[in-house]
Design a protein around this ligand. Structure first.
Ligand code: COA
Length: 135
């Protein structure tokens, strides 16, 4: 059974670390602004398998640290969670939703109508591009 719930920032940290930065120190995946974000988790049979964090500033919102457990990737769970935070953003009167996307996720976000709006840049050997979508 699948369920999406609002969770605490601290509940996202383990998945963020495992999926996004397993070779870096645990604390590297914590965000200075974590306490100001809304955090959502997708649970499969009560096990947390995908997380995403949403930071709303007026009518503009950034989502960050989107991660699905490695063995559960490519099964549609990320799409369910991303669709949920798009709806959540609309409910919060967000007009512009954006993220700094890993280039490896570019085509995934394009399916959700996000458009690349920057040059690419490198950070910790990962290539990123800013993507955004009007809501
Ligand atoms: C990006 C991410 C959160 C998407 O979550 P997910 O649960 O894999 O998402 P979905 O299964 O709904 O969709 C994955 C899509 O990306 C592709 N994909 C990404 N990773 C994949 C994998 N390991 N295996 C298969 N397909 C993968 C597929 O093409 C799929 O597209 P489809 O809709 O045509 O099938 C997840 O792949 C992930 O955690 N990646 C590593 C961390 C990361 O890059 N985060 C995003 C930073 S911007």
């Amino acid at each position: 059974m699948l369920k999406i719930k609002k969770i605490q920032a601290s509940e996202t940290w383990e998945l963020r670390h495992q999926v996004m930065a397993p070779n870096r120190p645990f604390d590297s995946i914590k965000l200075a602004k974590d306490e100001m974000g809304l955090h959502f988790g997708l649970f499969k049979d009560d096990k947390l398998i995908s997380v995403i964090s949403l930071f709303i500033e007026n009518d503009n919102a950034q989502f960050r640290k989107f991660a699905t457990e490695i063995s559960e990737q490519g099964k549609g769970y990320g799409s369910i969670l991303l669709s949920y935070i798009i709806e959540e953003s609309i409910k919060n009167n967000v007009k512009n939703l954006w993220c700094n996307a890993r280039m490896t996720a570019l085509s995934f976000y394009q399916k959700f109508d996000f458009k690349a709006v920057s040059e690419t840049w490198m950070e910790n050997e990962i290539e990123y591009i800013k993507m955004q979508r009007d809501l």
